[in-house]
Write a protein that binds this ligand. Sequence first.
Ligand code: PA5
Length: 451
Amino acid sequence: MEYIRFDASRASEFVKEYELAALQPAVNAAHATLHGKTGAGADFTGWVDLPLMYDRAEFARVKECAARIREDSDVLIVVGIGGSYLGAKAVIEALCPSFYNIERIAAAKAHAGDRKNGKNRGKGVAVLFAGNSISASYLADLTELIDDLDVSVNVISKSGTTTEPAIAFRVLKAHMEAKYGKAGAAKRIYATTDKARGALRQMATEEGYETFVIPDDVGGRYSVLTPVGLLPVAAAGIDPDKLLAGAGAAHARYIDPDLAKNDCYTYAAARNALLAKGKLIEILVNYEPALHYLTEWWKQLYGESEGKDGKGLFPAGVDFSTDLHSMGQYIQDGRRALFETVLLVDAPIRSLTIAPDAANLDGLNYLAGMDVDYVNKQAAEGTYLAHKDGGVPNLFLHLPALDEYSLGQAIYFFEKACGISGYLLGVNPFNQPGVEAYKKNMFRLLGKPGY
Ligand code: PA5
């Protein structure tokens, strides 16, 4: 099993080694605060030891229910927003083939007649998401799409009261009950929520849904390795054991606060050092469309954790080489207030060789015999050199391969770096008071009682 690798050396002209070393005392203090549970938000640090201390019985039930969903459904609809969907979406997009949902839905529609006798089942269901916007067209299109398919729903909300998923779930619950009857629908609805509080917990109890618990001490954006992420991921056919094994390996590797031995803390220190030098924006860069949602997950993790009290790096994301043709100009040449953290997958996910062409009308024969992945990697190297010359520091995180083990490590790497980084910055990385502001106005405009 190979490890992920962080590399700050290629940004050494922007952050010197001695500048990072100078942060060691602050890193030691942040480490002691996080592990000693003595800092702001300490009640929400259960994720730190989660890869070792998760509820084994609950995890076994997650796998059983995922297997049941794979057997009796064509589609799983995951209803949630923010931390209640981004982790699962990130992992599924990263590890399933590019067009997995199209393939699975097309196969289900083509073999609708076979479904009753269990053909075309078992490997992984299509996983669609709802409740992460308030779009009428999205919900209407979704319910039309699933009309002739067998469906399960996993509704996820830690508070159990969030408006976006509540609206989507009301629509989908009605759809399920019309299709399967009340009792039949209840067997296909899985609720992941707080163990005791909130409207969703109460509804799940009254309706008799299978439920999973989001631990009290794990906030939404740190919850991907709880049933929040693991049930959808396992239903998609991804191995949750390997994901947890990767996170467990990262837990062991990032336990020593010594910056010389801890890549994760070096990342946290480097980004704070760059912020102190006026780099106000961190851009997470990927070179694989499959990693788009890992970036979205990362943006939420860092944006909600650090953007408060007038502080924090602004977390942005780009998909290269796509965005080299849009944001590339700004990154190369605009305000010099940004740095990049580049995700690189070392082993090709798949191989595709460029064939020679006798006519060579497109002039591409100089690439003949090369793998497309090799070309992509030269694009990454060329971009690094250009951006460095343009004054943009580049940090790198290498994933040896795009698999469960690497991704589990990367998830834990970013979570722990975020906790440490937030404490280095002097904020509570585990609350999100700013998210409430829009809700109050919306509720007042909609006439919600009490607003
Ligand atoms: O990270 C967080 O805590 C938030 O982004 C929540 O995940 C998000 O607001 C959804 O909340 P809930 O799960 O309570 O519906």
